[in-house]
Design a protein around this ligand. Structure first.
Ligand code: ZN
Length: 183
């Protein structure tokens, strides 16, 4: 179960206030981290991208780990991507592939899928099993920061806090309700 707080858009804006506490651990706020949630809709030629930036409070420790872990995860992903591209090239040569489609389209697509699976989902799963901070980072498919996932819709943005107490305080402060949804 995940708690979800839906924030409605009013006059093109999301007006929310955060409790003056780290959204992850609840210690007094020391830093403000701007976090942007975005959403694309429409077809290929008329894509609309909406985004909203929220000023999210963190304590010193968690404003740093938010950055540090994401940098590490990003770096690991790129290393995996580089390896998987190199492997793809070697396999193409080894199999003596002649077809441009296989080498230029299929190969890179497989390399990217593999890098995402291993370098992103896999690493998060393994690392997250012994480090709760990694497990509490937002999933790759959504925006957000440590302990706070954001999913932007067309006229609402959904917040999901890993800290229940902060979720309750946030909801009370903004007059919103918490919905409980299955993961
Ligand atoms: Zn904290």
């Amino acid at each position: 179960m995940t708690d979800l707080i839906k924030i409605p858009m009013v006059d093109g804006k999301f007006n929310v206030s955060f409790p003056g506490k780290c959204v992850y651990c609840g210690k007094p706020q020391e830093f403000i981290v701007p976090i942007t949630a975005s959403h694309s809709s429409g077809g290929r030629y008329n894509r609309i991208r909406q985004s909203a930036t929220f000023q999210v409070p963190y304590c010193q420790e968690h404003s740093q780990s938010n950055k540090k872990y994401r940098t590490w995860l990003g770096a690991i992903f790129f290393v995996c991507l580089a390896f998987s591209c190199a492997a793809q090239l070697m396999i193409s040569f080894a199999l003596d592939l002649q077809e441009t489609f296989q080498i230029c389209v299929l190969g890179p697509a497989l390399a990217l899928a593999f890098a995402f699976l291993v370098g992103n989902l896999g690493v998060r799963k393994v690392w997250g099993s012994f480090d709760q901070t990694v497990a509490d980072l937002p999933r790759s498919a959504v925006d957000g920061g440590l302990g706070l996932e954001m999913a932007m819709g067309t006229d609402t943005v959904g917040f999901s806090f890993s800290n229940d107490i902060i979720a309750q305080e946030f909801a009370r402060l903004n007059g919103l309700t918490i919905e409980y949804v299955n993961d």
